[in-house]
Design a protein around this ligand. Structure first.
Ligand SMILES: Nc1ncnc2c1ncn2[C@@H]1O[C@H](COP(=O)(O)OP(=O)(O)O)[C@@H](O)[C@H]1O
Ligand SMILES: CCCC(=O)OP(=O)(O)O
Length: 361
């Protein structure tokens, strides 16, 4: 069946949307959100109208009649940990997102925006493989302090989509091989995939792993504690997520701008650019150890994988590990569409989100 589906993907530095008829993309648009604009919002939820207006404008420009849609699917945000799959957007999910029970990230807006449109037209709304898909092996949950547990928060949707795409291209099954997959976007996550399960991954949001265009990643602990003492908790969090990483050094979250500055010979830009590639490479090495060195391929994906300069730096350091595959950008819109189409076509049943207990409850 050729269902018409609107897909919505809010990321930390962009909002992407596309409309599909079956597997055919009818149109796709990306709105980039510079740091200067995002800084003006006190919270992620406050960006709802700003990002929704982008979607509305593009749908109007494309003359899409909303009543033509069969379903809407949004990127899944910070919710209780859950298994991979397609989930019906329900009241529990919306409540957890509205109150940011599990934290704040742009992906929280995916289900809220999808729900609003679905409600207007009484059509189903879903999320697929949210950022809280949790397949960690037990040992990976141990942080180093009994009161702090490592969590699985990463670009699950694109990790799985890029893995399947590369596997298909080289004629193997994603689930039968081991991969290290690095999503290089506004946030960065590097995961160890063993036979289709992400058994370890850095938390892309919360001070773990490499720094990224807008996040600090892991930081030296005592200096970080001293910074926390100077600031309110909201301001401190913003320093780590949103105004950390490349933004903190160079004032931009746009690697295209940084790349131009590197090419123009700016030393400061060069150091930061190289350091980010260096930290990503170290994380890839760590994941190779998680997989006992049995790595069938390293996949570099996400917006930064468009930069040949950036991927060349990582490839140079990691090529001894396994073949490197570059899958620039992300297939998140396509993966959202596929997840929703599978449910509408009856190939899969949508799962139900039930929420969960928070630590300490
Ligand atoms: N052609 C390109 N060359 C270099 N960097 C790029 C290119 N296209 C996008 N980027 C960078 O990728 C990052 C955004 O990646 P993306 O995966 O879209 O992230 P998000 O979904 O978190 O917004 C930005 O820093 C952007 O500047
Ligand atoms: C919250 C984990 C996913 C993530 O970091 O996404 P963005 O890179 O889009 O911010």
């Amino acid at each position: 069946m050729s269902n018409v589906i609107l897909t919505i993907n809010p990321g930390s530095t962009s909002t992407k949307m596309a409309v599909y008829r079956g597997v055919t993309c009818l149109f796709q648009h990306t709105g980039s959100h510079p740091t200067t604009e995002l800084k003006t919002f006190p919270s992620i939820i406050a960006q709802y109208d700003y990002r929704t207006n982008f979607i509305k404008t593009k749908l109007a420009e494309e003359n899409l009649v909303l009543s033509d849609l069969d379903a809407v699917v949004g990127r899944g945000g910070l919710l209780a940990p859950m298994a991979s799959g397609t989930y019906t957007i329900n009241e529990q999910m919306l409540a957890d997102l509205r109150t940011a029970t599990y934290g704040e990230h742009a992906s929280n807006l995916g289900a809220l925006m999808a729900h609003r449109i679905s409600e207007l037209h009484s059509i189903p709304a879903f999320i697929v493989d949210p950022v809280v898909v949790d397949e960690l092996q037990p040992i990976a949950r141990i942080s180093g302090h009994a009161r702090i547990e490592r969590k699985s928060i990463f670009h699950a949707l694109n990790h799985k989509a890029a893995g399947r795409k590369v596997a298909k291209r080289i004629g193997v099954a994603y689930e039968q091989k081991n991969w290290v997959i690095a999503h290089l976007g506004g946030g960065i996550s590097v995961g160890a995939h063993r036979n289709g399960r992400v058994i370890d991954v850095n938390n892309a949001l919360d001070g773990d792993g490499p720094f990224s265009p807008e996040r600090s990643g892991g930081l030296p602990m005592m200096q970080t504690v001293a910074l926390a003492d100077e600031l309110s908790s909201a301001a401190f969090y913003r320093q780590l997520v949103g105004q950390g990483g490349v933004v903190s050094y160079l004032g931009t979250n746009d690697l295209r701008v940084v790349e131009q500055r590197v090419i123009a010979g700016e030393m400061a830009a060069n150091v930061v650019f190289e350091a980010m590639a260096y930290q990503v490479s170290k994380e890839i090495g760590a994941c190779a150890v998680v997989l006992d060195g049995e790595v069938d391929g390293v996949i570099l994906t996400g917006g930064l994988a468009n930069s040949a300069l950036f991927t060349a730096m990582i490839s140079k350091k990691c090529q001894w590990l396994a073949p490197i595959y570059i899958e620039p950008g992300e297939d998140e819109l396509e993966a959202l569409n596929e997840g929703a189409q599978r449910v509408l076509n009856g190939d899969e049943q949508a799962k139900t989100y039930e929420g969960g207990r928070l630590d300490g409850e």
